[in-house]
Design a protein around this ligand. Structure first.
Ligand code: NI
Length: 130
């Protein structure tokens, strides 16, 4: 049934990330699973190289749920494995990369575009729930 905010679940229901990940297979296309105040929790499957981009107005969190990913910065590369997270400071250029499929959660304010200030074929629609 629709919950208080028009979604298919009530706010206090448990959200099972594995079940949510099983519902989609496209890469680089974040799906919203929950909101808290103005923030969204999004799941994304990553594989290959993303585009260099930055987010002028907000920091961004990547939390790896399964697999491994790298986030390249202009001066270094951060490797994240299951259970690890990073906060990317607003305005800092970064490029996510995954050798093989990685499952991650993004935490960021509602309305953030995945490719930031960079227009790209990777630019995904916002507010797609799963
Ligand atoms: Ni980003």
């Amino acid at each position: 049934m629709d919950g208080a905010f028009g979604r298919t679940q009530r706010m206090a229901d448990a959200i099972n990330l594995a079940q949510k990940f099983a519902k989609f297979s496209d890469h680089w296309s974040p799906k919203v699973v929950a909101e808290m105040n103005d923030y969204q929790f999004k799941l994304v499957k990553l594989q290959g190289n993303f585009v260099w981009h930055d987010h002028a107005d907000t920091d961004e969190v990547f939390l790896v749920i399964a697999g491994e990913m790298k986030i390249e910065f202009r001066d270094r590369t951060v490797t994240l494995t299951k259970g690890e997270m990073v906060v990317i400071t607003k305005g800092v250029e970064h490029r996510p990369h995954a050798e093989s499929e990685c499952q991650a959660m993004l935490i960021e304010p509602r309305g953030v575009v995945n490719t930031g200030e960079t227009d790209s074929e990777f630019t995904a629609a916002n507010d797609v729930w799963v």
